[in-house]
Design a protein around this ligand. Structure first.
Ligand code: ADP
Length: 445
């Protein structure tokens, strides 16, 4: 990341200095939120909270065209200069105190927790944040609490051989993934001990190229056979309110592209209860008693929940707010921001599953190939559908999609509201037929 040193930070502050002192409104630093994704920004306005946005390194946010709720830009480089970024936050806090710091971007969750600890602001603490973000720690902490965990092995350090030998004794197939991965980056299935060595080398290559970390620690874990679900929750005072449980398809690999998200689920009541119990217990095992979480899990054998991950943040860069708020009637993003500045949520904080009040869905348009995009067909018709609230397009004609296991990003998300999960499923079946990315050639750049 470049161009976000102290000088730029001061310039940005100067640019927005006329915003003046914060007055009675709480101020929250929001780290690396994409400016074009509206949910968390609009939530800040609803919650009466001013945002100081730390822009993403790959995005230029103009000071004269700030997203809703944002009163100031504060460029920081926590990836390149963690200590420098913490020092800038400390100086900004000393000059004009803010009441909290948060992020929806998973790799930043530990940094944000560390900054909050340093400045005495609300947060889950650095160690807890690491436990949710580092897949090795998460697996170990869940196992120590007696929760469902597949067999797993770490591969780390300069010599992969001991890890490879231990992983060869797991039940196959297995899944290899970076310990600090996100967006399924590098996550790859290996079907036999013989294939494992090559898969590990391939995941290492993705880590070197995409995470800039050739020596990245990896986790190898047993493949969990069964449908996938996402669970959106809000914790407060140690109580975990589960706002929605939604179906996420059943990707089988070898690479794991996201496809659909439909909530509420249509599970038998006993299985749903097992999901809510497992997710609630995982909050306790990982020590997350405050704030939003996004959990992904699989139902092994179709009935037993095994966590894939629990992020101590709102999921999907805010798309989880859209789903959870329409399904539960609770304003997840506004509540999360209130908690982040040390306030209390304004809705029920009682534990357990909220009764669904509607259905919502997210269709993730698959890349469906690779090469230079010439057209994305079908989105205009989708935009005109009254059930569709947002079409978030991220890839456009001219963009190049690289072949898996590299991850370029998703072409578009379609967020919609429905009368029932069945109607949402019908809608998604139609999108599968009508929305299509066209390429000039394969693999070309
Ligand atoms: P990331 O944080 O990079 O998204 P995850 O651990 O969530 O990594 O894995 C991404 C996807 O890969 C999951 O959503 C799931 O579909 C698949 N996956 C990961 N681990 C397993 C596993 N042990 N068994 C089956 N599928 C898995």
């Amino acid at each position: 990341m470049t161009g976000t040193g102290p000088a730029e930070a001061l310039t940005a502050e100067a640019l927005t200095a006329e915003a003046g002192p914060a007055g009675a409104r709480p101020t929250l630093v929001l780290v690396f939120q994409r400016a074009g994704l509206p949910w968390v920004f609009e939530a800040a306005e609803r919650a009466g909270i001013d945002l100081v946005l730390v822009p993403r390194p790959d995005e230029e946010v103009r000071a004269d065209r700030l997203p809703p709720g944002v009163v100031e830009l504060l460029p920081l480089d926590p990836d390149g200069d963690r200590a420098g970024a913490l020092e800038l936050l400390r100086a900004r806090h000393a000059a004009r105190p803010f009441q909290g710091i948060t992020t929806l971007y998973d790799p930043m969750v530990p940094f944000v927790a560390e900054a909050a600890e340093l400045l005495g602001l609300p947060g889950i603490g650095h160690d807890t944040a690491l436990g949710a973000q580092d897949k090795r720690l998460m697996r170990e902490r869940l196992a120590a609490a007696g929760l469902n965990v597949p067999g797993f092995v770490r591969i780390e350090g300069p010599d992969p051989e001991p890890g490879l030998a231990a992983a060869g004794r797991l039940g196959f197939p297995v899944v290899v993934k970076p310990a600090h991965g996100y967006s399924s980056l590098g996550v790859t299935r290996a079907d036999s001990p013989a294939a494992l060595r090559d898969v590990v080398a391939e995941v290492r290559r993705v880590c070197a190229e995409k995470l800039d970390d050739p020596a990245a620690a990896l986790v190898v874990e047993e493949y969990l056979d069964g449908p996938e679900f996402a669970v959106e929750s809000l914790a407060y005072g140690g109580e975990v309110r589960v706002l929605s449980v939604g179906y996420k398809g059943e990707p089988v690999g070898p690479y794991f592209e996201e496809s659909v998200y439909r909530a509420p689920d249509t599970l038998p009541a006993a299985v749903r209860e097992a999901v809510v119990r497992e997710v609630t217990a995982a909050h306790a095992a990982l020590g997350i008693g405050e704030g939003p979480t996004h959990t992904e899990l699989r139902l092994r054998g179709g009935h037993t929940p095994y966590l894939l991950e629990m992020g101590a943040r709102i999921g999907g860069s805010g798309a989880s707010h859209y789903v959870a708020s329409h399904v539960s009637g609770t304003d997840l993003a506004a509540e999360a921001l209130r908690i982040a500045v040390g306030g209390a949520p304004s809705s029920s904080a009682a534990g357990g599953l909220a009764a669904p009040v509607g259905a919502a869905a997210n269709y993730i348009v698959p890349c469906g190939g690779h090469g230079r995009i010439t057209a994305v067909h079908g989105l205009d018709e989708v935009r005109a559908d009254p059930r569709v609230d947002h079409v978030v397009q991220m890839l456009f004609p001219g963009d190049v999609v690289r072949p898996y296991p590299d991850f370029t990003g998703y072409p578009a998300f379609v967020l919609s509201r429905h009368d029932s999960p069945a109607e949402a499923a019908e809608f998604h079946a139609r999108l599968e037929r009508t929305v299509r990315v066209e390429y000039a050639g394969t693999g070309g750049e």
